[in-house]
Each structure stands twice: as C-alpha cells, then as structure tokens.
Design a protein around this ligand. Structure first.
Ligand code: ADP
Length: 283
C-alpha cells in the first residue's frame, strides 16, 4: 500500500496531496493535504525505534500541559513493521521577528517551571535515534553522570570512538561535577533543543517539535541553544523575566553540552570528537 491509501484508511478522509518533507535525520516525513486540513506524517521502523512516536506524542503533550505551543497530534499508528505519527502542519512565517524570540523565551521558561520531585521520567525515550535512560534520581549530577554521560561514553569507547586517555579525562571531570553545577529543582526539559526543533508559526508564535523530554537541570536546554547556532540569544531576556537563571550559568554551557556532543559523536562520527576533547581537558 502507498502512503496515500495507508493514511486515508486510518483517518477516514480523502487525501488530495502527499509531498515529501526534508530536513529530518531519522524519519521519512510527508506533508499531507486533505480537503480541509494539512498534516505532517512521519514514518519509521517500529522494530528499530520501538514506540518512538507514542513517546513523542506524550512528550509533546507534557510540553503543551506546561503552556508551550506544539502541533496537535491527530493519531499514532502502526502498519506492517512501520510506525506513523500524524500531526498538525505548522505553517511557517517567512521572516522570524523579535516577537518570536520573546514568545520562545517565555514559553521555554514556562516549560522549565513545570517541576517534579525527581530527575528523570516514568519511561525511557529517544534523543534523535538514540535510546535515552530516564531512571529517576534525587540528585542531578547522579542522573547526568549515570543516565546521560556514562552510557554514551561507554558506547563510544566500545565503538572505538573514545580512547583510554579520554576515559581518564572523563573520570576526572565527573568527580568534579557535583561542585561545578549548582543545585536546582528538576525542570521539565525539551531535551533536544537545536534550532531545527523550533518552528516560527503564524503570528510569530513559537512551536516546539521533536522533544526528548525528561525532568532535568534547565541549563541543559539553555546550553544546547548555544551549541549549533540558529537562536537569537535575546530570547534569554524574556526567559529570565519569568524564571531567572543562576548568575554564572554561562560557565556551565560546555559541561551540559557534553551530552548532545556525545550523542552527535555516536550518531555522526569522530568529527564531533574535537569539541568533546576541548571540554574534558579544560575541566
Ligand atoms: P526528524 O527526522 O529529525 O525527526 P522531522 O521528521 O521531525 O525530523 O522533520 C522533517 C521536516 O518536517 C523538518 O523540516 C521539520 O521542520 C518539518 N516538520 C516537522 N514537524 C512539522 C510540523 N508539525 N509542521 C511543519 N513542519 C514540520
């Protein structure tokens, strides 16, 4: 069956047009036009990425409960060995203006104000195509070391992407983390906040997509917005009006970005090693 017939049988509407969407790394994506609506359909293997879209749906609804704008999910379904998620298509504004960044900063602070007793989440999920462990912990650095950094450092070592000298540097750094990172209560995080995961919708509204949610240290999201560019850092003014950061948050950007850098090392290879080496040597 082709995409048109699969979707029309699931949503019981006549499909006018199916167009491929580009820009993602893992999924096939399509823009689906019916008589009255436009959707995004994402597709991938349910064997390789078990329940990925069910987790994405729950992640998006947690962000929405916190007050953020996210695309409305129409349905998540399986067909043969493929899984699908069908959601509202967000029509993008051509120009991104100051109002967008104000709205983005306020929304991100609202997400982060959503708190929890522990760091983690009731289920594991994905960051990109990598599994992410969300086992609950009382302490941020324990969570960050045991469920974020250590598993990826071990995987990278097993794959030959990191050497013994890197492991020694990591060991030294991990011992200092508890002193380097100030205590904060667990915040709901988007968890994969690069510029491809925010959209400028109608009236300069900020929409969040593709989350890797859990309750963590909010500087993780802030730090990641500095990793690959694409953010107007003026958003921090409206963020700080709602939920001020610790004064020396900038000093910890590179520490928190070790996690997405390790994710990129595993997904895209050794071109991401240099950035990691710089940080683990510095600390
Ligand atoms: P990934 O494979 O990284 O998960 P996606 O499949 O989410 O990427 O996205 C593929 C493309 O579709 C990207 O260009 C993205 O911006 C766009 N896109 C994803 N969701 C929406 C949406 N709800 N509305 C409009 N465009 C979207």
């Amino acid at each position: 069956m082709n995409i048109k017939s699969i979707v029309s049988s699931f949503i019981n509407r006549k499909i006018k047009k199916v167009e491929p969407l580009f820009g993602g790394d893992i999924n096939r994506a399509y823009r689906i036009t019916t008589m009255n609506e436009i959707f995004v359909l994402k597709q991938n293997s349910s064997k390789r990425f078990p329940e990925m879209f069910k987790k994405e749906k729950v992640g998006l609804s947690l962000l929405s409960l916190a007050g953020a704008n996210v695309p409305k999910i129409n349905c998540v379904f399986d067909f043969d060995d493929q899984q699908f998620i069908l959601m509202e298509f967000i029509e993008r504004e051509k120009n991104i203006e100051r109002d967008f960044w104000i709205n983005f900063g306020t929304s991100l602070a609202q997400i982060h104000l959503k708190s929890n007793t522990h760091f983690g989440l009731v289920f594991d999920n994905f960051i990109g195509s990598l599994q992410q462990q969300n086992t609950f912990e009382n302490n941020w650095t324990t969570f960050f070391i045991e469920h974020r950094l250590q598993p990826l450092v071990s995987n990278s070592y097993d794959l030959g992407l990191l050497k013994d000298s890197h492991l020694r540097n990591f060991d030294g750094l991990l011992k200092q983390l508890d002193q380097l990172i100030p205590k904060e209560k667990p915040s709901l995080l988007h968890g994969d906040l690069w510029s491809g995961n925010i959209l400028c919708g109608p009236q300069q509204t900020a929409y969040f997509i593709d989350p890797a949610v859990y309750f963590g240290h909010r500087e993780v999201d802030i730090a990641m917005s500095f990793l690959f560019g694409g953010f107007d850092t003026d958003y921090l003014n409206s963020y700080q009006e709602v939920y001020p950061l610790e004064p020396d948050w900038k000093a910890r950007i590179e520490l928190h970005n070790l996690y997405p850098r390790l994710v990129h090392l595993l997904l895209f290879g050794s071109s991401y090693l240099q950035g990691i080496e710089k940080v683990i040597r510095k600390f």
